[in-house]
Ligand binder design. Structure first.
Ligand code: NAD
Ligand code: MLT
Length: 311
Protein backbone atom coordinates (compact mmCIF):
# COMPACT_ATOMS: atom_id res chain seq x y z
CA UNK A 1 0.00 0.00 0.00
CA UNK A 2 1.31 3.46 -1.03
CA UNK A 3 0.45 5.98 1.70
CA UNK A 4 -0.16 9.63 0.82
CA UNK A 5 -0.49 12.43 3.35
CA UNK A 6 -2.28 15.61 2.25
CA UNK A 7 -1.42 18.37 4.72
CA UNK A 8 -2.89 21.49 3.02
CA UNK A 9 -6.36 22.02 1.49
CA UNK A 10 -6.51 20.46 -1.98
CA UNK A 11 -9.36 20.48 -4.49
CA UNK A 12 -11.54 17.34 -4.50
CA UNK A 13 -11.07 16.83 -8.25
CA UNK A 14 -7.44 15.88 -7.82
CA UNK A 15 -8.06 13.75 -4.77
CA UNK A 16 -10.80 11.76 -6.62
CA UNK A 17 -8.27 10.68 -9.24
CA UNK A 18 -5.90 9.49 -6.54
CA UNK A 19 -8.69 7.69 -4.68
CA UNK A 20 -9.53 5.63 -7.73
CA UNK A 21 -5.93 4.41 -8.07
CA UNK A 22 -5.23 0.92 -6.77
CA UNK A 23 -3.19 0.30 -3.63
CA UNK A 24 -3.33 3.89 -2.46
CA UNK A 25 -4.21 4.99 1.03
CA UNK A 26 -4.87 8.72 1.46
CA UNK A 27 -4.84 10.56 4.76
CA UNK A 28 -6.00 14.19 4.79
CA UNK A 29 -4.80 16.06 7.86
CA UNK A 30 -4.83 19.84 7.50
CA UNK A 31 -3.33 22.34 9.93
CA UNK A 32 -0.82 20.07 11.67
CA UNK A 33 1.84 21.88 13.69
CA UNK A 34 5.46 21.27 12.59
CA UNK A 35 5.90 18.85 15.50
CA UNK A 36 2.69 16.95 14.74
CA UNK A 37 3.68 16.66 11.09
CA UNK A 38 7.18 15.48 11.98
CA UNK A 39 5.71 12.77 14.26
CA UNK A 40 3.28 11.65 11.58
CA UNK A 41 5.33 11.70 8.39
CA UNK A 42 7.45 8.57 8.99
CA UNK A 43 4.80 6.16 7.63
CA UNK A 44 4.11 8.02 4.41
CA UNK A 45 5.42 7.50 0.87
CA UNK A 46 4.11 10.78 -0.53
CA UNK A 47 3.31 14.21 0.86
CA UNK A 48 0.97 16.66 -0.91
CA UNK A 49 1.12 20.32 0.08
CA UNK A 50 0.17 23.84 -1.00
CA UNK A 51 2.14 26.76 0.46
CA UNK A 52 1.29 26.55 4.16
CA UNK A 53 3.17 23.35 5.03
CA UNK A 54 6.87 24.00 5.50
CA UNK A 55 8.76 20.96 4.24
CA UNK A 56 11.98 21.52 6.15
CA UNK A 57 15.20 19.52 6.31
CA UNK A 58 14.16 18.34 9.75
CA UNK A 59 10.83 17.06 8.45
CA UNK A 60 12.55 15.26 5.58
CA UNK A 61 15.05 13.69 8.00
CA UNK A 62 12.07 12.20 9.85
CA UNK A 63 10.51 10.80 6.68
CA UNK A 64 12.43 7.60 5.89
CA UNK A 65 9.73 6.28 3.52
CA UNK A 66 9.05 9.51 1.64
CA UNK A 67 9.57 9.14 -2.12
CA UNK A 68 7.73 12.09 -3.63
CA UNK A 69 6.53 15.52 -2.54
CA UNK A 70 3.78 17.15 -4.61
CA UNK A 71 3.26 20.92 -4.49
CA UNK A 72 -0.17 21.99 -5.73
CA UNK A 73 0.99 25.33 -7.13
CA UNK A 74 4.08 26.99 -8.56
CA UNK A 75 6.42 28.15 -5.78
CA UNK A 76 8.53 25.47 -4.15
CA UNK A 77 10.16 27.89 -1.71
CA UNK A 78 8.34 26.15 1.17
CA UNK A 79 10.22 22.93 0.37
CA UNK A 80 13.89 22.35 1.21
CA UNK A 81 14.90 21.15 -2.25
CA UNK A 82 18.50 20.38 -1.28
CA UNK A 83 17.37 18.16 1.58
CA UNK A 84 14.85 16.41 -0.68
CA UNK A 85 17.50 15.77 -3.34
CA UNK A 86 20.00 14.47 -0.78
CA UNK A 87 17.36 11.98 0.42
CA UNK A 88 16.45 10.91 -3.13
CA UNK A 89 12.96 12.40 -2.90
CA UNK A 90 11.31 13.72 -6.08
CA UNK A 91 9.63 17.12 -5.83
CA UNK A 92 6.89 17.92 -8.37
CA UNK A 93 4.90 21.12 -8.70
CA UNK A 94 2.00 22.30 -10.86
CA UNK A 95 3.44 25.30 -12.68
CA UNK A 96 0.71 26.01 -15.23
CA UNK A 97 -2.61 25.53 -13.49
CA UNK A 98 -2.82 28.86 -11.68
CA UNK A 99 -1.07 31.17 -14.17
CA UNK A 100 -4.30 32.73 -15.41
CA UNK A 101 -5.73 33.27 -11.93
CA UNK A 102 -2.52 34.88 -10.68
CA UNK A 103 -2.39 37.19 -13.71
CA UNK A 104 -6.03 38.18 -13.24
CA UNK A 105 -5.43 38.85 -9.55
CA UNK A 106 -2.44 41.03 -10.42
CA UNK A 107 -4.59 43.13 -12.76
CA UNK A 108 -7.34 43.34 -10.14
CA UNK A 109 -4.83 44.60 -7.59
CA UNK A 110 -3.34 47.07 -10.06
CA UNK A 111 -6.74 48.54 -10.87
CA UNK A 112 -7.98 48.52 -7.27
CA UNK A 113 -4.81 50.34 -6.20
CA UNK A 114 -4.83 52.96 -8.94
CA UNK A 115 -8.47 53.88 -8.16
CA UNK A 116 -8.34 53.49 -4.33
CA UNK A 117 -11.22 51.02 -4.47
CA UNK A 118 -10.55 49.19 -1.17
CA UNK A 119 -10.01 52.46 0.74
CA UNK A 120 -13.16 54.07 -0.72
CA UNK A 121 -15.21 50.96 -0.04
CA UNK A 122 -14.00 50.86 3.56
CA UNK A 123 -14.84 54.56 4.02
CA UNK A 124 -18.31 54.07 2.55
CA UNK A 125 -18.95 51.11 4.83
CA UNK A 126 -18.12 53.53 7.64
CA UNK A 127 -20.69 56.07 6.41
CA UNK A 128 -18.13 58.35 4.70
CA UNK A 129 -18.92 59.59 1.19
CA UNK A 130 -15.39 60.68 0.14
CA UNK A 131 -15.28 61.61 -3.56
CA UNK A 132 -12.47 64.15 -3.38
CA UNK A 133 -10.14 62.11 -1.21
CA UNK A 134 -10.08 59.12 -3.53
CA UNK A 135 -8.94 60.72 -6.75
CA UNK A 136 -7.21 58.01 -8.77
CA UNK A 137 -4.95 57.84 -11.81
CA UNK A 138 -5.57 56.16 -15.18
CA UNK A 139 -3.56 53.20 -16.40
CA UNK A 140 -3.86 54.22 -20.07
CA UNK A 141 -0.56 55.51 -21.51
CA UNK A 142 1.28 54.79 -18.24
CA UNK A 143 4.27 52.46 -18.22
CA UNK A 144 3.97 49.14 -16.43
CA UNK A 145 7.38 47.75 -15.46
CA UNK A 146 7.37 43.96 -15.18
CA UNK A 147 10.22 42.29 -13.32
CA UNK A 148 10.13 38.60 -14.24
CA UNK A 149 8.51 37.77 -17.58
CA UNK A 150 7.76 34.09 -17.11
CA UNK A 151 4.31 32.51 -17.29
CA UNK A 152 2.46 35.01 -15.09
CA UNK A 153 4.51 38.07 -16.06
CA UNK A 154 3.77 37.35 -19.73
CA UNK A 155 0.02 37.03 -19.12
CA UNK A 156 0.10 40.30 -17.16
CA UNK A 157 1.94 41.99 -20.04
CA UNK A 158 -0.79 41.04 -22.53
CA UNK A 159 -3.53 42.17 -20.17
CA UNK A 160 -1.78 45.50 -19.49
CA UNK A 161 -1.53 46.12 -23.24
CA UNK A 162 -5.30 45.59 -23.32
CA UNK A 163 -5.51 48.47 -20.85
CA UNK A 164 -3.51 50.56 -23.37
CA UNK A 165 -0.49 50.63 -21.06
CA UNK A 166 3.10 50.71 -22.29
CA UNK A 167 4.89 47.66 -20.99
CA UNK A 168 8.60 47.44 -20.23
CA UNK A 169 10.02 44.21 -18.84
CA UNK A 170 13.19 42.77 -17.42
CA UNK A 171 13.91 39.06 -17.23
CA UNK A 172 17.35 37.44 -17.62
CA UNK A 173 15.84 35.23 -20.35
CA UNK A 174 14.06 38.00 -22.24
CA UNK A 175 15.61 39.11 -25.52
CA UNK A 176 14.93 42.29 -27.46
CA UNK A 177 13.53 40.14 -30.30
CA UNK A 178 11.05 38.40 -28.02
CA UNK A 179 10.01 41.70 -26.47
CA UNK A 180 9.45 43.19 -29.91
CA UNK A 181 7.32 40.22 -30.95
CA UNK A 182 5.17 40.74 -27.85
CA UNK A 183 4.84 44.46 -28.55
CA UNK A 184 6.59 45.43 -25.33
CA UNK A 185 9.88 47.12 -24.51
CA UNK A 186 12.92 45.27 -23.20
CA UNK A 187 14.96 46.95 -20.46
CA UNK A 188 17.69 46.22 -17.95
CA UNK A 189 16.27 46.12 -14.44
CA UNK A 190 17.51 49.67 -13.76
CA UNK A 191 15.69 50.95 -16.88
CA UNK A 192 12.47 49.27 -15.81
CA UNK A 193 12.70 50.70 -12.30
CA UNK A 194 13.52 54.20 -13.59
CA UNK A 195 10.83 54.40 -16.28
CA UNK A 196 7.81 52.68 -14.80
CA UNK A 197 4.76 54.41 -13.34
CA UNK A 198 3.60 51.04 -12.00
CA UNK A 199 5.84 48.07 -11.21
CA UNK A 200 4.83 44.46 -10.75
CA UNK A 201 7.19 41.63 -9.75
CA UNK A 202 6.77 38.07 -11.03
CA UNK A 203 10.02 36.26 -10.19
CA UNK A 204 10.36 33.19 -7.99
CA UNK A 205 11.78 33.78 -4.51
CA UNK A 206 15.43 32.74 -4.78
CA UNK A 207 18.65 33.79 -3.08
CA UNK A 208 19.15 36.19 -6.02
CA UNK A 209 15.66 37.70 -5.86
CA UNK A 210 15.31 38.10 -2.07
CA UNK A 211 15.00 41.87 -1.52
CA UNK A 212 15.52 42.49 -5.23
CA UNK A 213 13.32 45.52 -4.62
CA UNK A 214 15.21 47.16 -1.78
CA UNK A 215 16.01 50.72 -0.63
CA UNK A 216 18.43 51.23 -3.55
CA UNK A 217 15.86 50.01 -6.05
CA UNK A 218 13.24 52.38 -4.63
CA UNK A 219 15.72 55.25 -5.03
CA UNK A 220 15.85 54.58 -8.78
CA UNK A 221 12.06 54.74 -9.19
CA UNK A 222 9.93 57.70 -10.21
CA UNK A 223 8.35 59.71 -7.41
CA UNK A 224 4.79 58.51 -6.93
CA UNK A 225 5.39 55.04 -8.38
CA UNK A 226 2.89 52.30 -7.47
CA UNK A 227 3.99 48.72 -6.92
CA UNK A 228 2.36 45.28 -6.93
CA UNK A 229 3.60 42.01 -5.47
CA UNK A 230 1.47 38.98 -6.32
CA UNK A 231 4.53 36.72 -6.59
CA UNK A 232 6.34 36.00 -3.35
CA UNK A 233 6.85 37.78 -0.05
CA UNK A 234 10.52 38.69 0.31
CA UNK A 235 11.08 39.85 -3.30
CA UNK A 236 10.21 43.31 -1.98
CA UNK A 237 12.02 44.36 1.20
CA UNK A 238 9.03 45.31 3.38
CA UNK A 239 11.03 47.67 5.64
CA UNK A 240 12.34 49.51 2.59
CA UNK A 241 8.81 49.65 1.15
CA UNK A 242 7.52 51.13 4.41
CA UNK A 243 10.18 53.86 4.32
CA UNK A 244 9.55 54.53 0.63
CA UNK A 245 5.84 55.06 1.32
CA UNK A 246 6.49 57.31 4.33
CA UNK A 247 8.89 59.41 2.22
CA UNK A 248 6.23 59.64 -0.55
CA UNK A 249 8.52 58.00 -3.13
CA UNK A 250 5.90 55.25 -3.42
CA UNK A 251 2.27 56.35 -3.74
CA UNK A 252 0.69 52.92 -3.52
CA UNK A 253 1.46 49.27 -2.90
CA UNK A 254 -0.75 46.26 -3.62
CA UNK A 255 0.42 43.16 -1.84
CA UNK A 256 -0.89 39.59 -2.04
CA UNK A 257 2.18 37.95 -0.52
CA UNK A 258 4.36 38.79 2.46
CA UNK A 259 7.69 38.04 4.08
CA UNK A 260 5.82 36.33 6.91
CA UNK A 261 2.46 34.69 6.39
CA UNK A 262 -0.13 34.91 7.86
CA UNK A 263 0.43 38.67 7.65
CA UNK A 264 -1.64 40.23 10.40
CA UNK A 265 0.38 42.31 12.82
CA UNK A 266 2.45 44.33 10.37
CA UNK A 267 3.17 48.05 10.15
CA UNK A 268 2.50 48.07 6.38
CA UNK A 269 -1.16 47.41 7.08
CA UNK A 270 -1.34 50.69 9.03
CA UNK A 271 -0.52 52.70 5.90
CA UNK A 272 -3.53 53.87 3.85
CA UNK A 273 -1.42 53.57 0.68
CA UNK A 274 -1.19 49.80 1.11
CA UNK A 275 -3.91 47.51 -0.15
CA UNK A 276 -3.62 43.82 0.56
CA UNK A 277 -5.13 40.38 0.06
CA UNK A 278 -4.20 37.24 2.01
CA UNK A 279 -2.29 35.30 -0.69
CA UNK A 280 -5.32 34.91 -2.95
CA UNK A 281 -3.54 34.94 -6.31
CA UNK A 282 -4.34 31.30 -7.04
CA UNK A 283 -7.55 31.15 -5.06
CA UNK A 284 -10.08 30.46 -7.77
CA UNK A 285 -12.14 27.34 -8.31
CA UNK A 286 -10.45 26.83 -11.68
CA UNK A 287 -6.86 27.24 -10.49
CA UNK A 288 -7.33 25.01 -7.48
CA UNK A 289 -8.88 22.27 -9.61
CA UNK A 290 -6.10 22.58 -12.19
CA UNK A 291 -3.19 22.40 -9.75
CA UNK A 292 -4.73 19.58 -7.72
CA UNK A 293 -5.39 17.52 -10.87
CA UNK A 294 -1.89 18.18 -12.26
CA UNK A 295 -0.04 17.28 -9.11
CA UNK A 296 -2.19 14.21 -8.39
CA UNK A 297 -1.68 13.02 -11.99
CA UNK A 298 2.05 13.23 -11.35
CA UNK A 299 1.76 11.15 -8.20
CA UNK A 300 -0.28 8.57 -10.17
CA UNK A 301 2.31 8.52 -12.99
CA UNK A 302 5.03 8.00 -10.42
CA UNK A 303 3.05 5.18 -8.81
CA UNK A 304 2.13 3.43 -12.02
CA UNK A 305 5.15 4.05 -14.26
CA UNK A 306 7.85 5.36 -11.99
CA UNK A 307 8.09 8.66 -13.89
CA UNK A 308 6.60 12.14 -13.58
CA UNK A 309 5.62 14.72 -16.21
CA UNK A 310 5.71 17.91 -14.11
CA UNK A 311 3.47 19.59 -16.73
P1 NAD B 1 7.95 31.39 -13.96
O1 NAD B 1 9.04 30.48 -13.53
O2 NAD B 1 7.17 31.05 -15.18
O3 NAD B 1 8.53 32.86 -14.18
C1 NAD B 1 9.46 33.44 -13.34
C2 NAD B 1 10.34 34.32 -14.19
O4 NAD B 1 11.21 35.07 -13.34
C3 NAD B 1 11.25 33.51 -15.15
O5 NAD B 1 11.03 33.93 -16.49
C4 NAD B 1 12.66 33.85 -14.70
O6 NAD B 1 13.59 33.94 -15.75
C5 NAD B 1 12.44 35.20 -14.03
N1 NAD B 1 13.49 35.59 -13.11
C6 NAD B 1 14.27 34.79 -12.33
N2 NAD B 1 15.16 35.56 -11.65
C7 NAD B 1 14.93 36.84 -12.02
C8 NAD B 1 15.53 38.07 -11.68
N3 NAD B 1 16.54 38.14 -10.83
N4 NAD B 1 15.06 39.20 -12.25
C9 NAD B 1 14.03 39.15 -13.15
N5 NAD B 1 13.44 38.00 -13.52
C10 NAD B 1 13.88 36.86 -12.96
O7 NAD B 1 6.99 31.54 -12.71
P2 NAD B 1 5.47 32.01 -12.69
O8 NAD B 1 4.60 30.82 -12.80
O9 NAD B 1 5.29 33.12 -13.63
O10 NAD B 1 5.37 32.52 -11.18
C11 NAD B 1 5.92 33.75 -10.81
C12 NAD B 1 5.83 33.96 -9.30
O11 NAD B 1 4.47 34.02 -8.90
C13 NAD B 1 6.46 32.85 -8.45
O12 NAD B 1 7.11 33.45 -7.35
C14 NAD B 1 5.26 32.06 -7.96
O13 NAD B 1 5.51 31.35 -6.77
C15 NAD B 1 4.28 33.18 -7.75
N6 NAD B 1 2.87 32.81 -7.70
C16 NAD B 1 2.10 33.42 -6.77
C17 NAD B 1 0.75 33.13 -6.72
C18 NAD B 1 -0.11 33.76 -5.67
O14 NAD B 1 -0.99 33.08 -5.16
N7 NAD B 1 0.08 35.00 -5.32
C19 NAD B 1 0.19 32.23 -7.64
C20 NAD B 1 1.01 31.64 -8.59
C21 NAD B 1 2.37 31.94 -8.62
C1 MLT C 1 1.89 29.34 -5.96
O1 MLT C 1 3.11 29.44 -5.85
O2 MLT C 1 1.37 28.52 -6.75
C2 MLT C 1 1.02 30.25 -5.21
O3 MLT C 1 1.61 30.83 -4.13
C3 MLT C 1 -0.35 29.78 -5.00
C4 MLT C 1 -0.63 28.93 -3.81
O4 MLT C 1 0.11 28.07 -3.46
O5 MLT C 1 -1.68 29.14 -3.23
Amino acid sequence: MFRILISDPLSEEGIHALQSTENVNIVIDIGLSPTELRDKISDFDALLVRSQTQVTRELIRNAPNLKIIGRAGVGVDNIDLNAATEHGIIVVNAPNGNTNSAAEHTMAMLMAMSRNIPQAYYALKNQQWERKKYLGVELKNKTLGIVGLGRIGTEVAYRAKGQRMNVMAYDPFLTEEKAEKMGIEYGAIEDVLKNADFITVHTPLLKETRHLINAEAFQLMKNGVQIVNCARGGIIDEDALYEAIISKKVAGAAMDVFEEEPFLDNKLLELPEVIATPHLGASTIEAQENVAIDVCQDIISFLTGGTVRNP
